[in-house]
Design a protein around this ligand. Sequence first.
Ligand SMILES: [Zn+2]
Length: 399
Amino acid sequence: MYIKDFLIEDTAKHATLKKVYRLIYDHGPMTKADLQSITNLKHTTLVRIIDELLMNQFIHESGFANSSGGRPPVLYEIVQNRGFIIGIDISRTHTSIALLDLKITIIEKYTFSMTRVHTPEIVIQKIIDTIKHFLQLHSIVSNDLIGIGVGSVGPLDRKQGLILNPDSFPSTGWNRVPIVSSLENEFLVKVLLENGANTAAFGEYLHSSNKGHDILYCISGVGLRCGMLVNGQVVQNKTGVASAFGHMIVDIDGRQCICGRKGCLLSYTSLDSMKTQILEQIPTGVKSLITKEQSISFEHLILAAYAGDEVVKGVILNSAHYYGIGIANMINSLHPDQVILNGPLIYEYPLYYEKIVNTAKQYIFDSYENAVLFSKGSLKEDAVPIGAAALLFNAFFNI
Ligand SMILES: [Zn+2]
C-alpha cells in the first residue's frame, strides 16, 4: 500500500490506524506501552495496528527503551522517507520549489526570480518540470508523492484553488490563476493553497523551541505581509490576503501610499518608498550612493548603509520606526506571545531589527510589554515551503 492511499482514506475503521500512526509521528520513538497509555486501546487491537503499520513499512522498529527488568521494550518510529511532499513559495520576487520528506526536512530546493516574463503559465510549467526533475533525481515513484503545499501571495480563493489578483507582480496575467487544479491534474495528489505568510508562520512554529502558540509573523520584502497563528493553528481570513497589514495607517497626515491613501505603513517600509525617500533628500544637497537612474534592491540599500551612506541609514531606520509602530498596533489588538520577523533587512542589517523591536516595545500597551517575545525567523526563506508542506501533511489528519 502506498502511504498516500493510507493517508487519504477516511473511514471510521481507518481512523484508529491513522491516529496511532500520527501519535508515533508526533511523539516517536515510543513503545507499545506509551501508545497504550495515550490511546487506551485494547492490547490486542494495538498489537494488530502496529503489525499492520510495520507490514506496510509506515513505521519501523528503531531500537529499545530502557528496561525496568526483563526484555527491553521495542521503540517505534515512522519511516521518514516512506513518502514525499512538495512545498512551494510563490512571492513577488521569487518562486521556490522544495522536495521534503515526511518529517518536513528539505531534501532538494530550486529557486528562480520572478521577472517580467514570469507569467502564471510559465511559472506553473517551471514548477511542474522542477517537481518531475526532483522525483527523477531521487528515484521517487509518483505514487510516493503524497501531496503539494503552496504558500502564495494573496488574495486567494482557497475553495476553488485560485490565486486571485495579487498586486505588484513583475509580470502581467496574475489573475484567477488555477494553481491547485493545474498541479492536481498533473500529479493526481492533494494540493493545498494557503497564504505564504501563514505557511511561514506555521513552519517557524514547528521549528521553534520557544513554543509560543500565538504567533504574529511578518515578512518585509517588496511589500509587507503578515500571518497569524492562534493556538498553533493558522488563522484563515476570508480573502487570503496578508498584504493588507502594509496599509495599516500609522500617520493620518503621512506619506502618499500606492493605494491612494496617506500614511500607510507600506509608504515608509516598501523598497520603492525607501528609494523615493532617499531621492527626496538629494536636491537638498546631501550626498547618497543611491541614484535616480538605478533600480535598487535591498542589497543596494544594505551595501550603501554599511559604506556609511547617512541618507540611506536614516531612511532605513525611519522605516524601522514606523514598522515598529505598526507591529505594536498588531500586538495591542491580537496579543500574540511571539512576534517573528523575516525579510532581507531583518537578517542583513541588525540596526533595522533592533529599531523595530525597540520602537514596538515603546508603543505596546503596558501589560503586554514583557509578555511578547521577539525573534528573527530561524528558517529564513525556507519558512514558506516548509510550512506549506507541513500544512499539507496535517490536512490528512483531523487536527
Ligand atoms: Zn496604502
